[in-house]
Design a protein around this ligand. Structure first.
Ligand code: OXD
Ligand code: MN
Length: 590
């Protein structure tokens, strides 16, 4: 008798018609075989899926070049298929589940012909965690199969865990023919099912990541009383050895991975990584918020990663302990057979090809590495990994940070007055657009809690959910906003960022531990500069003051734009946040 899982796989195979079905066990031996298949048999644009990189300098590293149209998330082709549009909200593209399935059945008929269907059983979260979820993804490309080994806890044990149950998260993925006109990433929250066709890009194809752990999990969190968030989780150790855990939301490609692995410039402080992208946060019986990272890998932006900006990531990428490490759409140093990207340390190699395989030199006027080129590497390769990473319960969160990339107006750091005011702070976050998604208009877009592309339901309900969580917390984390990206009148960043961000994190944990006072402004509490360690920074005092200054009369446009954004949610928008905005508006107009 077949199990529900076996029946489901058979049914998908009847539709997609692969030449063979390969049940993965998650072992290293198997991953090596699959990479081998990707080097010898499978092709994209007549090129192998993988090529081997210099194993002496980048052990266990392989290079992958994507289809040229398939380099980032495609928000316009991403749909959340609730039975009604209102549940999806104005923040999502919506299609009725029946219509979505009709469309996808047509596109998927025979889409795996001549290819292997890999069956990937995996856990999001530690298998012993009460918060983890058993999942199965099907895919027809080796790149996705081995990426899932890095990013999730993949293995046959998950099949045993699922047993005869129907209750597992399903993902059906095919690269189809990479035609952007036939590309869809469709979510069916009521069935815990994601169906993705036409793209091999991480955010569209590694279905445990954005699709399940954020879009579907946010819907589960709403139902079950927890939060699935686009957040870094780190522990900050002070010189006395006390570790304070914080969770920080920043939009895509705004430095979350650098923050997660920050190399402190303040003596005695150390940052321990739990996660760089996703946090699942539950209320414990002690009334505190506890967080786990459901993933086991980093899928980070390569350009700009260097010893100066993120030495711990460079070490992680070169560690080669967990197989494999992948580089996608970077440039290549042909002489050394090494990945290369803008910002990497050392002299520029002489013989470079770009991410599309063309001979490249700076005079070409283009970038060698695609701005959204990525590395995929296991957390277990990292020396900064927290000893609590595999703790099934997670870690207790003392502070939540909301950030964005804002070159003007927004202060370096602000503490909210209370939970509700903090939810308002998160809801009004905006960020200048990045390369992680295709086709976004330049300029500031509102990105509440950095979840705009990832919240699987109406954000009006999401804000209410955040307010309700606060009511259940006896010991809520303090909420802050940060902005590392403020520029001076010449367009240069004022704040050095990277390892010096520890100075801001220190102020945050000093506030959490009631060690310093703060200055009240209409938008929240800002630091007295004498309480922030700025020693050794070469920043004129007047610029530092600018970083924490709030002139509320300058905020009118910001508040107008925020109001316009909030209005879309109509009656779903919580009155508590309307009141918060009205109060700020009256301060700005005084
Ligand atoms: C990511 C993203 O890849 O946010 O993490 O796009
Ligand atoms: Mn992300």
């Amino acid at each position: 008798m077949s199990t529900p899982l076996e029946k489901w796989v058979e049914k998908q195979a009847e539709l997609t018609k692969p030449k063979r079905i390969y049940w993965c066990n998650g072992s290293e031996k198997e991953a090596r075989e699959i990479v081998e298949i990707g080097m010898r048999e499978e092709k994209i644009n007549a090129e192998p899926i993988f090529t081997e990189l210099n194993q002496k300098t980048w052990p266990n590293a392989y290079y992958h070049r994507s289809h040229p149209t398939d380099v980032a998330r495609t928000e316009q082709l991403t749909f959340v298929c609730h039975p009604d549009k209102e549940t999806a909200g104005p923040n999502n593209n919506w299609m009725h589940p029946d219509e979505a399935k009709r469309k996808l059945i047509k596109l998927s008929d025979g889409c795996m012909k001549g290819r292997t269907m890999y069956v990937l059983p995996y856990m999001m979260g530690h298998p012993d965690s009460p918060y983890s979820k058993a999942c199965v993804q099907l895919t027809d490309v080796s790149y996705v199969a081995v990426s899932m080994r890095v990013m999730t806890r993949l293995g046959s044990d998950v099949i045993k865990k699922i047993g005869n149950s129907e209750n597992f998260v399903k993902g059906l993925h095919s690269v189809g023919d990479f035609d952007p006109n036939k590309r869809f990433i469709m979510h069916f929250p009521d069935e815990s099912f994601v169906w993705s066709i036409g793209s091999g890009y991480g955010g569209n194809a590694l279905l445990g990541k954005k699709c399940f752990s954020l879009r579907l999990a946010s819907c589960l969190g709403l139902k079950e009383g927890w939060l699935a968030e686009h957040m870094v989780i780190v522990g900050i150790e002070d010189p006395q050895g006390k570790i304070t855990y914080i969770a920080a939301a920043l939009p895509s490609a705004c430095g979350k991975t650098n923050l997660a692995m920050l190399q402190s410039t303040l003596p005695g402080y150390k940052v321990w990584t739990i996660g760089d992208d996703i946090a699942w946060m539950n209320i414990d019986p002690d009334g505190r918020l506890w967080a786990i990272n459901p993933e086991t890998g980093y899928f980070g932006v390569a350009p700009g990663t260097a010893l100066k900006t993120n030495p711990n990531m460079i070490k992680t990428l070169k560690a080669g302990k967990f197989f494999p490490t992948l580089f996608t759409n970077t440039g290549l140093d042909l002489d050394k057979n090494e990945p290369w990207w803008e910002g990497l340390d050392g002299d520029m190699p002489e013989n470079i090809i770009d991410w599309q395989g063309k001979k490249w030199a700076p005079e070409t006027g283009t970038k060698a590495a695609h701005p959204n080129s990525r590395f995929t590497v296991s957390v277990y390769n990292s020396a900064t990994l927290s000893k609590e990473f595999d703790n099934p319960k997670g870690v207790p969160i003392s502070a939540i940070i909301f950030g964005g990339k804002r070159t003007q107006l927004i202060p370096l750091v602000v503490e909210s007055f209370n939970w509700q005011n903090g939810v308002f702070m998160g809801a009004r976050m905006g960020s200048e657009t990045t390369a992680a998604a295709i086709g976004l208009k330049a300029g500031v877009r509102r990105d509440p809690m950095s979840m705009l592309p990832f919240c699987g339901y109406n954000m009006g309900d999401y804000f209410k959910h955040w307010l309700n969580i606060g009511k259940k917390l006896k010991n809520p984390p303090k909420i802050f906003s940060v902005n590392w990206f403020r520029c001076d009148e010449n367009g240069s960043f004022i704040w050095p960022g990277f390892g010096d961000n520890i100075r801001v994190l220190k102020w945050i944990i000093d506030r959490v531990n009631n060690k310093v006072k703060a200055i009240s402004t209409p938008v929240g509490l800002v630091p007295d500069l004498d309480d922030m360690n700025t020693s050794g920074l070469n920043i004129p005092r007047e610029n530092l003051e600018k970083l924490v200054e709030v002139k509320i009369s300058d905020w009118k446009n910001e508040l107008d734009d925020t109001e316009k954004f909030f209005k879309q949610f109509g009656k779903k928008f919580p009155p508590e946040l309307e009141n918060e905005l009205a109060e700020l508006n009256s301060d700005a107009n005084r």
